[in-house]
Design a protein around this ligand. Structure first.
Ligand SMILES: *Cc1c(COP(=O)(O)O)cnc(C)c1O
Length: 388
């Protein structure tokens, strides 16, 4: 099996599992208990993990909160900030291409007295600081714009949007779940107030996330209960998860330069070969300012799902867009937002690479892809006549 779906989730690295194991078997204590050695060791491991995450994104240790996943981080940032600050205003700005963890949270707030502007994006999936500025109203309290898009790989001008929000004194949250470990992040230099991360997108474990909250930013709790995470996120800490996330993030950040060079070479080989050799295709998202590991292509006259199945039978795991929307017959909201008609959006394929992939896998994949596309098109009534 060749795994090309690393935007959906990744394999946990061996070093990460090794760092986590002693937390389950030896230092298994409850970090909140004061009297036992296992408890103290657990607490120390948690502190160390928090420090590692803080260093990886340019934050301070006390600004890092562990959560249950990227979805929880997004929910907490947006709901928690909106509810806590509603006396200041009820307007939120986001984009039409966010992950559902952000979009559905905003829709929930709309049912509860908030107003949300869903900014349209350009044909490469990008919003600019000027787009955000034009949507600001006196009652705007929060801007949430994703760092990088999970379907088409577009990287937004986060530092510019951060500078604008800081100047306008509006809180700025970014969903950095696809960006963390893949591109440099510096929350201070980029004027980010809140940032969401998820462990399983960079070879860490599932079920652990981080929300960075700049000191001084006030938000209501999402989870109520014990005093864990400085009283802001109740629930016995997932210390093994935190250690796993921190270990994986540090590995990803420390190896970013060499890893990126390798991944970009594979990505560009796939994009260039498909554009050169297969007719009636389009690249979704930009060539520049694109996630190193993302390829998103629409093939006209075929269904993305039948392409995925054919590739799967040859041993290649790719996706049609977002894992979270598969099973639904609607085309991706991201592909529609960049202006594609339904029939083109339906023919999408996302390949998302990791440093565990090789150029040999890429070459073998490309050798299979062309003939499969040709065969599927020849079976398609839509394609009849196109070639004549
Ligand atoms: C995967 C993903 C999420 C959700 O993270 P989970 O940890 O799976 O809940 C949120 N936003 C983006 C951009 C993602 O890619």
């Amino acid at each position: 099996m060749v795994y090309f779906d690393n935007a959906a989730t990744t394999r946990v690295k061996k070093e990460v599992v090794e760092a986590m194991l002693p937390i389950y078997t030896e230092n298994f204590g409850n970090a909140s208990s004061t009297y036992t050695t296992p408890g103290q060791n657990a607490r120390r491991a948690l502190t160390e993990a928090r420090k590692t995450v803080a260093e990886a994104i340019g934050a301070e240790e006390r600004e890092i909160y562990f959560t249950g996943c990227g979805t929880e981080s997004d929910n907490w940032a947006i709901k928690g900030y909106a509810v806590k600050n509603k006396a200041k205003g009820n307007h939120i700005i986001t984009t039409a291409v966010e992950h559902h963890a952000v979009l559905h949270t905003c829709q929930f707030l709309e049912k509860n007295g908030f107003e949300v502007t869903y900014l349209p994006v350009d044909d490469e999936g990008r919003v600019t600081a000027a787009d955000v500025e034009a949507a600001i109203r006196p009652e705007t309290i929060l801007v949430t714009v994703m760092f990088a898009n999970n379907e088409i790989g577009t990287i937004n001008p986060i530092a510019e949007i951060g500078a604008l929000c800081r100047e306008k004194k509006i809180a700025f949250h970014t969903d950095a779940v696809q960006a963390a470990g893949a591109v440099p992040i510096d929350v201070k230099a980029m004027n980010i107030d809140m940032l969401s991360i998820s462990g399983h997108k960079f070879h860490g474990p599932k079920g652990i996330g981080v929300l960075y909250v700049k000191k001084g930013i006030r938000l209501d709790n999402l989870m109520h209960g014990g005093a864990q995470e400085s009283g802001r996120r109740a629930g016995t800490e997932n210390i093994a998860g935190a250690v796993g996330l921190a270990t994986a993030l540090k590995l990803a950040v420390d190896s970013m330069e060499e890893k990126t060079a390798k991944i970009v070479a594979m990505r560009d080989k796939i994009i260039d070969t498909i554009l050169a050799e297969i007719p009636y295709v389009r690249l979704n998202g930009p060539r520049e300012n694109r996630l190193p590991n993302n390829v998103s292509i629409c093939f006209r006259y075929i269904e993305g799902e039948s392409l995925l199945l054919s590739l799967d039978m040859k041993g290649y795991v790719v996706s049609s867009g977002s894992a979270c929307t598969s099973g639904s017959l609607d085309p991706s909201h991201v592909l529609l937002a960049i202006g594609l008609p339904h029939e083109i959006a339906h023919g999408s394929m996302r390949v998302s690479l990791s440093e565990e992939n090789t150029m040999e896998e890429v070459d073998a994949f490309l050798a299979e892809l062309g003939p499969i596309v040709k065969r599927l098109r020849n079976m398609s009534p839509l394609y009849e006549g196109v070639e004549k």
